[in-house]
Design a protein around this ligand. Structure first.
Ligand SMILES: [Mn+2]
Length: 433
């Protein structure tokens, strides 16, 4: 792994939080993700299962975590199972975790090889009353392939048909939504790396630069700082920015256009997520600047409005009301259109058609309990936008914030966002290049 070894305290505390929610004499079992195939004999670098990582810090494929806090045998209270690093495996696939290293990372003292799993599982299953298994219950999950967790659910129900099975996801969503200080530090580190990437990009951007060259500047800075793309970046110049999920990044940035950059680095599996929209030649036109400042006002007011106890949908609605006013000032909506606004048919929807933000953490669109209000410890993005295909540009701005009992904290407050600030950095860069 590229990141420095994280404190095992993080994972020990996360397990303690989960076990405190488990009913008496129940167990929980989680599986790592599969190594996903591409074509021929290709595969994608292993993507850690974020739930397994949250509870153990383990990023290795095929790993299994078994938690049974009330187990009669103390050694069965928490057990981690790993691939046995045979000589053959090490030659072909490289270094795998040893038992000692896995203990050091996770704080779990009982680390066994996978061949011991079936017997231990049987022992524990025969005395446990309820079994919590993991499923992907993300609201927008669209998985068409079966995960190792899914497969395990099927096998477990086949082998132990009369047990009571429960949904681990409900507990994990509740826990993962609230970030601990250690997690916030990791997200802040990811934010710092994103900041470095953006600084580098500001020095490089000028008319004639291709969108993928900007992508290269970002990956250079992220990789050098032990980070990685949190997601495929959107680098969309001119009207490309009006396609919300544009990731071709293959067009030339033209003089007079804006370029929208939606990117974030990941660090230690924790993500950041930023959007900036900047002028290719270093100066906003009067119209671009008007729209930019409108989006910035909505972002800042929405950051201030992200307070504990507020329902996310009310927060989103407040931003739509602000956006209506801004769009009217910009001559994009009439007074009548604004007057007809309802929650079901928001007036601003033609120009601001997406949500205002999402939870952020081990997943970029992180898990959170359904219909819950904001609570201290939540990290969310705030990302209003105005999309104007007829005028050939779009503006979106996005910062990551932490909700606390004393109000929101902007984790990206140091990343340039004021139009004047962006222009002055770019002017300086072009003067020295
Ligand atoms: Mn986002």
């Amino acid at each position: 792994m590229r990141h420095k070894t994280l404190q095992s305290k993080l994972f020990i505390e996360n397990r303690a939080k989960l076990t405190s929610l488990l009913p008496k004499n129940s167990m929980a079992i989680l599986n790592a993700n599969d190594v996903l195939p591409t074509n021929a004999d290709g595969s994608i670098k292993v993507i850690p299962n974020t739930d397994l990582f949250y509870l153990s810090g383990i990023e290795q494929e095929e790993s299994i975590l078994l938690l049974y806090p009330d187990a009669y045998e103390p050694k069965h209270r928490e057990v981690l199972f790993l691939r046995e690093p045979t000589e053959q495996l090490q030659i072909w696939e490289g270094t795998k975790l040893t038992q000692d290293r896995a203990t050091e990372i996770s704080g779990i003292s009982n680390v066994k090889w996978l061949k011991d799993f079936p017997l231990t599982l049987r022992d524990c299953m025969l005395s446990a009353d309820e079994v919590f298994l993991n499923t992907n219950e993300h609201r927008r999950a669209a998985a068409i392939v079966e995960s190792r967790d899914d497969r395990f659910v099927r096998e477990c129900k086949r082998d132990f048909p009369l047990h009571t099975y429960r949904r681990l996801a409900l507990l994990l969503h509740q826990l993962r939504a609230v970030k601990s200080d250690l997690e916030i530090e990791l997200i802040q580190q990811a934010v710092e790396i994103t900041h470095k990437g953006f600084n580098r990009l500001l020095q490089y951007l000028k008319p004639g630069v291709t969108e993928f060259e900007l992508e290269a500047e970002l990956i250079h800075e992220y990789t050098k700082n032990r980070g990685a793309f949190a997601y495929t970046p959107i680098i969309a110049s001119g009207k490309n920015a009006c396609g919300l999920h544009y990731i071709d990044n293959d067009q030339v940035c033209q003089d007079g256009d804006l370029v929208l950059i939606d990117t974030g680095s990941n660090y230690g599996n924790y993500n950041s997520d930023m959007t900036r929209t900047i002028p290719v030649n270093g100066r906003f036109t009067k119209r671009q600047r008007e729209v930019y400042d409108a989006v910035l006002r909505v972002m800042q007011a929405s950051i201030d409005g992200a307070v504990a106890g507020k329902a996310p949908r009310d927060w989103h609605h407040e931003s739509q009301l602000m956006m209506n006013e801004e769009l009217q000032s910009l001559g994009l909506l009439t007074k009548e259109e604004v007057a007809q606004h309802t929650r079901e048919k928001p007036a601003c929807k033609k120009y601001f058609m997406h949500g205002l933000g999402h939870s952020l953490g081990l997943d970029v669109h992180d898990v959170a309990p359904g219909n819950a209000s904001f609570a201290p410890g939540w990290v969310i993005t705030v990302e209003p936008g105005i999309y104007l295909p007829d005028e050939g540009f779009a503006i979106r701005l996005e910062n990551d914030i932490l909700i606390t009992k004393d109000g929101p904290i902007d984790l990206m407050k140091d990343i340039p966002v004021e139009a004047d600030h962006i222009e002055s950095i770019m002017q300086e860069a072009s003067a020295t290049s």
